[in-house]
Design a protein around this ligand. Sequence first.
Ligand code: T46
Length: 138
Amino acid sequence: MSNTIQFPMLGDARGSLVVLEAQKQIPFDIQRVYYIFGTQEGIARGFHAHKELLQVAVCVSGQCKMLLDNGNEKTVITMDSPTHGVLIDRMVWHEMHDFSSDCVLLVLASAHYDEADYIRNYDDFTSLSSIEKGRISE
Ligand code: T46
């Protein structure tokens, strides 16, 4: 699974700057931005997939780990750079863990919040994922 996106770093003697624009560094139109911070030690978050939503997550401070599972393959990405994004594609189960106390995880999303887009049960995710893959290979 190739899910990381490297962002150009613009900077000068004053410091660094990263720009994220829709349909440029971010491969969709951005409809929503949220960020996760102050996560308590030992806490893991996520544990769901989205039916249609596309997202890019960027760890703009500190670090955390992101597990991505597309139903066939699992990968764990260490997120510790504001110049690297992780694309969370539709129908990818994801879990975030090992948050540092200073972690700020910024997420850009392709749609407004919709609880109906979440698949929060792993067995439902694997069933739906294999049905979709069956359809695609037919
Ligand atoms: C995701 C991962 C990376 C809203 O009301 N609006 C929002 O836009 C979001 C993102 C959340 N919420 C509410 C829903 C819950 O009552 O905030 C509460 C916490 O959300 P959740 O438990 O889903 O948080 P995470 O960290 O498990 O997941 C979040 C996103 O929800 C999810 O889409 O992909 O971050």
